[in-house]
Write a protein that binds this ligand. Structure first.
Ligand code: F6P
Length: 325
């Protein structure tokens, strides 16, 4: 990881220690950045007793959480650093006395002005995985956990960042031909559902709302693997496509149950099975946490292959950055 990002994380950790007891954590952002923060909520809720909530920025403000105050840590993210809801949510959190930390790609953005501390990350196809948003997020997350409850597990989790790029590069190579086939089969589908749970929930959610709806104008919805049986499974039919993720943690049983049912009733079930990932470079007890980053590589490949097959660039928008909302 770049020295700049390590230093920014160190500064945030020191500020958090200086702040004293953190009694509540809020993770706030919009769209893809909201999805990006969801795994942090998963890990924090499994590893600490600190109540942690992940919310879309506008709802964070409108909800006015009662526990928000001097003993809160509010982590926001905006890639551009300009999304007004996230800038406003960060300002609001700071006014309530919370320690505010922002993740952003952009430098000197409006978000950076509102947050007490900013942790930057890098972006782009040639970027080492440890410098991308999820790599830097995990750099902060496991450093923070090491302060809350020092453990060799978190040291090892931080070391895993050194091999992350090898793991993701290998996955990209492994999945490129597989995904090219999926995209060619799915390119004319009017709707594609996205199903997952556990640590992969954020990836599957952003696949539906960002990659398919926003960037491909393909109808989609994210369905939680457990919730699939509580309404959504009624739309399952031989010609309804599902892209479903099977994780590595305890949530896997929930994912498998959904996949098994869908496969019985649909001929178009595509499974991202995390057991097929080569994660041997990462300690087994950490593989669940890291698997969502690897799933993200596969979801991204699907989006890129869709864009190619459909001749629809991932950069085209009708409304975003064009019209006021
Ligand atoms: O991360 P930012 O810059 O706040 O941008 C949020 C916007 O970007 C996306 O995540 C992807 O374009 C949208 O879902 C969302 O509206």
């Amino acid at each position: 990881m770049k020295e700049q990002f390590k230093q920014e994380i160190k500064t945030v950790i020191e500020a958090t220690q200086a702040k004293g007891d953190i009694e509540s954590i809020y993770l706030v952002a919009c769209g893809g950045s909201h999805a990006f923060l969801q795994p942090a909520e998963y890990v924090l809720s499994k590893e600490t007793t600190i109540p942690t909530t992940v919310l879309p920025s506008r709802e964070f403000i409108t909800r006015e959480p009662k526990a928000l105050g001097e003993h809160s840590l509010v982590v926001s993210c905006s890639h551009s650093g300009t999304t007004p809801e996230t800038v406003a949510a960060t300002k609001y959190a700071r006014e309530q006395g919370a320690l505010t930390v922002a993740f952003a790609f952009a430098d000197e953005s409006p978000l950076e002005k509102e947050a007490e501390y900013t942790i930057h990350y890098a972006w782009g196809p040639e970027t080492d995985a440890s410098d991308l948003n999820t790599g830097v997020l995990y750099g902060w997350l496991f450093a923070y956990l090491n302060v809350v409850n020092p453990s060799d597990k978190y040291d090892r989790a931080l070391k895993a960042l050194d091999v992350l790029n090898d793991v993701t590069t290998k996955t990209r190579e492994q999945y490129t031909p597989i995904i090219a086939k999926w995209a060619s089969e799915l390119k004319r589908e009017p709707i594609v559902y996205s199903v997952a749970s556990g640590i992969n929930a954020g990836q599957a959610y952003s696949f539906a709302i960002c990659w398919l709806q926003e960037m491909q104008w393909v109808n989609s919805a994210y369905i939680h693997s457990g919730e699939y049986f509580h309404g959504p499974f009624e739309i399952t039919d031989f010609d309804v496509p599902f892209i479903m993720c099977e994780g590595l943690g305890k949530a896997r049983a929930m994912d498998e149950r959904a996949v098994d049912f869908a496969k019985k009733h649909s001929d178009k079930v595509y499974v991202i099975d995390n057991k097929d990932f080569d994660m041997s470079l990462i300690d087994e007890d950490l593989q669940d946490y890291y698997s969502q980053i690897v799933s993200g590589v596969v979801y991204r490949l699907i989006a890129e292959s869709f864009a190619y097959e459909r001749g629809h660039s991932l950069d085209v928008r009708r409304y975003m950055w064009k019209l006021e909302y």
